[in-house]
Design a protein around this ligand. Structure first.
Ligand code: AMP
Ligand code: MG
Length: 487
C-alpha cells in the first residue's frame, strides 16, 4: 500500500511535446472536501483506502497541491459533433495531471476534470459542477462493475466555488483514470490541420503503448485499426445488451481503447425503449438508444478517414466491414446469456427481437425483467412475469417458444439456472432517479447517499440485504427525468 506521495510518474504523453498539449496548472477549488472515493479505483494505484479521508487527498484532487513529478497538460483534439466537424476542441476544463504506474506495471492517466480554464476552454469557464461530477463518478464505477469497459473514477471533490449554469451551483472535480485519454478526435485534429509528422508520432505512441502486439503484424497500423473496430463493436454490444445510452457519441468522446468515455446526459433504460433519447438537446435522435449501433460505425469511419495517410482506403473499408457482424455476434451472445441459454440456435436472434418488441409495447422494466426471469424455472418465471405485459396473447406465444428453447438447451437445476443468470443480469443499475436522489442530498452537504449508492452499484449482481429500494422501478417523478445537458 502506498501513501499519496509515493506514486510513481511516467508522463509519456507529456513528452510528446507542445504540439500535443499545453502546460496548465489546476485552478484550486474553495474549501475542497471529499464527496466520494472509489476504493476499487484507489487499489489500481496501490493506494491505501484510508487516505481518502485525509485533508491532503482533497487538496491534491481539488487542485491545491501537486506532486513534483506531475506534469499537468491540457490536450488538444478536435472531432465530429452531431455529424459536423469542429476543427478545435481539446481539454477545456480537464487536465492530464500525469501518468502513474502501479506495482503491477500498469500505467494509468490521472485526469482532473473541472480544473479550470485552459487554452481550449472556448466560451466555457473551465469548471464542472457537483451534479455532473457525481454522475460521471457513479457511472464509470458502475459500468466497470457490470463488466462494461469504461474510464474509471477515483473520487469527487466538492467545494464552495460558485459556478453558474442554469442557476448558481458549486464547482467540483472528478479524478478520472484510464490507460489512455486519446480520442478519435486526436487523430482527426492532426489529419485536418495537415500535420503528418505529429500524426505519425501520435500513431506510433498509440501503437507502442496500447497495441504493441500489432507490431508483429505485416501492417501494424491496419492491425491497430482493426483492434479498435473490434473493441468498439464489443463495447457497443455491451451498451445495447445492458440498456446503456451514452447520449453524446461525438468522435471527441470516443476512446481509442474502446472504453466508455466522457459522461454527459447518459442514462440506463428503465422501461425498454429502442427509441429512447437521453440527451434533450439531441432533437433528431442521432444518439438514440438503437442508433448507437450505426453511430459506432459512423464514428469509426471518421477515424478511418483520419488514418488514410497510413492505411489504404480498401484496407480501411475492409476493417470497417468487421464492425456490424462482430457487434451482432457479441450482442447475441450476451442476450443468450441474459436469457439463460448456454447453446446457440439459428432462431435465437428472432427470440430476442420478439421479446424486445413485446417489452417496448408494454413499457416493461428492462433490468428487472431479466433478473426475475432467472429467479426460478423458466415455466414459473414467465407465468409470474406475464402480468407486466399488455399483449398477453403475444407474450404467451413468446413464452411457449422460450420454454421449448430452454428445454432444448439442456438439463440443469433451478439453482444452476439462477446462479448462471444472476451472474449476468444485474439487480442494481444506475437509474437516473437514484443518481438524482444522491445529487440532491449531496448538494445540501450530505454525501452519505452518493456513497451508499456507489457501494450498492459496485456489486450489481449480488443481492444486498437492506438495499431493496435500489432495485425498484422508478417512482412517477423519477421516470423520464430531464437531465440537464449542462455540466
Ligand atoms: P463535452 O460535451 O463535455 O464532451 O465537451 C465538449 C468540449 O467542450 C470539450 O472540448 C470540453 O473540454 C469543452 N467544455 C465543456 N464544458 C466546458 C467548460 N465548462 N469550460 C470549458 N470547456 C468546456
Ligand atoms: Mg467530451
Amino acid at each position: 500500500m502506498k501513501a499519496l506521495d509515493e506514486l510513481t510518474f511516467d508522463n509519456r504523453f507529456a513528452r510528446l511535446g507542445d504540439a500535443f498539449s499545453t502546460h496548465v496548472l489546476p485552478e484550486p477549488l474553495d474549501a475542497p472536501r471529499l464527496v466520494v472515493a472509489s476504493t476499487a479505483a484507489m487499489a489500481l494505484l496501490d493506494l491505501d483506502p484510508a487516505i481518502a479521508e485525509t485533508p491532503v487527498f482533497a487538496e491534491l484532487f481539488g487542485g491545491h497541491k501537486l506532486w513534483a513529478e506531475a506534469e499537468p497538460r491540457a490536450m488538444v483534439y478536435s472531432g465530429h459533433q452531431f455529424g459536423g466537424y469542429t476543427p478545435q476542441l481539446g481539454d477545456g476544463r480537464g487536465l492530464l495531471l500525469g501518468e502513474v504506474y502501479n506495482e503491477a506495471g500498469e500505467h494509468w492517466d490521472l485526469h482532473l476534470k473541472g480544473a479550470g480554464m485552459t487554452p481550449y476552454s472556448r466560451m466555457g469557464d473551465g469548471r464542472a459542477v457537483l451534479r455532473s461530477s457525481i454522475r460521471e463518478f457513479l457511472a464509470s464505477e458502475a459500468l466497470h462493475a457490470l463488466g462494461i469497459p469504461s474510464s474509471r473514477a477515483l473520487c469527487v471533490i466538492g467545494s464552495d466555488t460558485p459556478v453558474w449554469r442554469e442557476k448558481q451551483e458549486r464547482g467540483a472535480m472528478v479524478l478520472r483514470m484510464a490507460h489512455s485519454h486519446i480520442r478519435f478526435g486526436h487523430f482527426e485534429y492532426f489529419y485536418y490541420t495537415k500535420k503528418p509528422e505529429q500524426q505519425a508520432l501520435l500513431a506510433e505512441h498509440v501503437l507502442n503503448l496500447h497495441y504493441p502486439e500489432c507490431r508483429e503484424q505485416p501492417e501494424p497500423y491496419l492491425a491497430m485499426f482493426r483492434e479498435i473496430v473490434e473493441r468498439n463493436a464489443e463495447l457497443i454490444a455491451k451498451w445495447q445488451a445492458y440498456g446503456f445510452c451514452h447520449g453524446v457519441m461525438n468522435t471527441d468522446n470516443m476512446s481509442i481503447l474502446g472504453i466508455t468515455f466522457d459522461f454527459g446526459p447518459f442514462a440506463f433504460l428503465d422501461d425498454f425503449d429502442a427509441h429512447f433519447i437521453c440527451n434533450h438537446s439531441d432533437h433528431e435522435g442521432r444518439y438514440s438508444f438503437s442508433n448507437q449501433v450505426p453511430i459506432g460505425q459512423w464514428n469509426l469511419s471518421a477515424l478511418a478517414q483520419a488514418l488514410t495517410p497510413f492505411i489504404s482506403v480498401d484496407a480501411l473499408k475492409e476493417a470497417l466491414g468487421l464492425y456490424l457482424p462482430l457487434y451482432q455476434a457479441n450482442y447475441l451472445d450476451l442476450m443468450r446469456r441474459r436469457l439463460g441459454l448456454t447453446t446457440a440456435e439459428d432462431d435465437d436472434q428472432h427470440l430476442v427481437e420478439r421479446l424486445l418488441k413485446l417489452m417496448q409495447n408494454s413499457g416493461v422494466d428492462y433490468t428487472l425483467f431479466f433478473r426475475r426471469l432467472g429467479d426460478e424455472s423458466a415455466a414459473l418465471a414467465v407465468a409470474r412475469l406475464r402480468d407486466d405485459f399488455v399483449d398477453l396473447a403475444g407474450f404467451d406465444a413468446w413464452a411457449e417458444q422460450y420454454k421449448a428453447r430452454v428445454e432444448r438447451d439442456g438439463e440443469y437445476s433451478e439453482a444452476q439456472r439462477r446462479a448462471r443468470m444472476h451472474a449476468v443480469n444485474p439487480l442494481y443499475i444506475l437509474r437516473n432517479y437514484l443518481a438524482q436522489n444522491a445529487i440532491v442530498a449531496a448538494e445540501s452537504g450530505d454525501y452519505s447517499e452518493v456513497r451508499r449508492l456507489h457501494e450498492v452499484l459496485s456489486k450489481p449482481f449480488e443481492e444486498q440485504a437492506g438495499m431493496e429500494q435500489y432495485a425498484q422501478r422508478p417512482p412517477d417523478w423519477g421516470k423520464h427525468l430531464e437531465i440537464s445537458c449542462s455540466s
